[in-house]
Design a protein around this ligand. Structure first.
Ligand SMILES: [Zn+2]
Length: 322
């Protein structure tokens, strides 16, 4: 039996608040769940948390069936765990870790403050220090879905309520919506760092079919940002929405964004809202990156994996390009 009343106004409000803040969630990224007994309500794949109060973005899944997928049943997508057979939405690709975390409320965001720490060895060490008195742990990068869930489970303790996902984001868990919200805000407060301004007008017309993303100009004009952006991808949704790294002038015109060195970030005029949000996310992350922190990209194999490309062919294509 699914009881939609489990989806409390408080839970919907927290989901919407996070979804509407580009420093916490970009486009359809992030997901929240609330469980009671064997029923877990979770955001559906492709929907946006920002709409949690205005549309039906949550679906009920059978938690036991989802847990069985964690332990080898099914394909880990949890498609078959949706309770109402008439629903065509699929549960979030991250459903397995929501099911595996034994807390009533689980919130996963692509928090800019967390990502900024989680892409850097020095940042990860700093985050561990800043969160040392919280029930927190850090998990190395794995592909979202079952591989990530299994890595979380290898490290999880019954007390864990805060999980830093390296090169990915943040998970917070609690007994209630209020407790979870307080924990999220505490983590955000501790991880926040001042942002540089990477916005700027561009002194030339944008290349054909594109417009300047003037809030992200620094990605092309700041030497360090430019080098980081064109040489690597740092978290999964960047690759999913914008492709690997950010190409520079002369790139495949199908790519949604390219950087014009020394001038600006050109985004296709037909780019989607999610692509625009992901470009802004990269600028927001780099704007907060301390100068003395090094940064680790996820690497070509992980990029190919996210795009379901054959890893070897992809490596060859990369080699040809450079
Ligand atoms: Zn995620």
């Amino acid at each position: 039996m699914t009881r939609p009343e489990q989806l409390t106004p408080e839970f919907r409000a927290l989901s919407a608040k996070l979804g509407q803040d580009p420093l916490r969630v970009q486009g359809p990224g992030g997901n929240t769940s609330i469980k009671d007994g064997n029923v877990m309500w979770i955001k559906a794949s492709g929907t946006e948390l920002a709409e949690a109060e205005t549309s039906d973005i949550f679906i009920a899944v059978d938690r036991k069936a989802a847990l069985a997928e964690v332990h080898g049943a099914g394909d880990g997508s949890c498609k078959a765990t949706v309770i109402d057979p008439t629903i065509s939405l699929r549960p979030s690709i991250e459903t397995t870790f929501h099911a595996a975390l034994d807390w009533p409320v689980v919130v996963h965001t692509h928090s800019v403050a967390t990502i900024m720490h989680a892409i850097s060895p020095e940042g990860r060490a700093a985050a561990t220090e800043k969160l040392s008195d919280l029930p927190a742990l850090s998990v190395p990068y794995r592909k979202p879905g079952l591989p990530l869930t299994l890595e979380i489970l290898r490290r999880l303790t019954p007390e864990t309520q805060v999980i830093i996902l390296e090169n990915h984001g943040l998970i917070c868990c609690g007994r209630t919506v209020a407790e979870t919200n307080e924990l999220i805000e505490e983590v955000e407060r501790r991880l926040s760092l001042p942002a540089r301004d990477l916005s700027g007008e561009v002194d030339r017309p944008a290349p054909d079919g594109t417009e300047w993303a003037t809030r992200a100009t620094g990605l092309a004009t700041d030497r360090r940002c430019f080098d980081l952006a064109r040489t690597g991808s740092y978290y999964p949704d960047h690759v999913v929405f914008l492709g690997p790294a950010l190409p520079t002038s002369g790139a495949d015109p199908e790519r949604p964004v390219h950087l014009v060195e020394g001038h600006g970030a050109a985004i296709r005029t037909d780019a989607t809202a999610s692509q625009r949000a992901m470009l802004q996310c990269l600028a927001d992350v780099f704007a907060r990156l301390p100068e003395d922190w090094t940064v680790e990209p996820i690497g070509p194999t992980a990029e190919a994996d996210l795009l379901n490309w054959d890893a070897e062919k992809y490596r060859q294509a990369l080699a040809e390009r450079s």
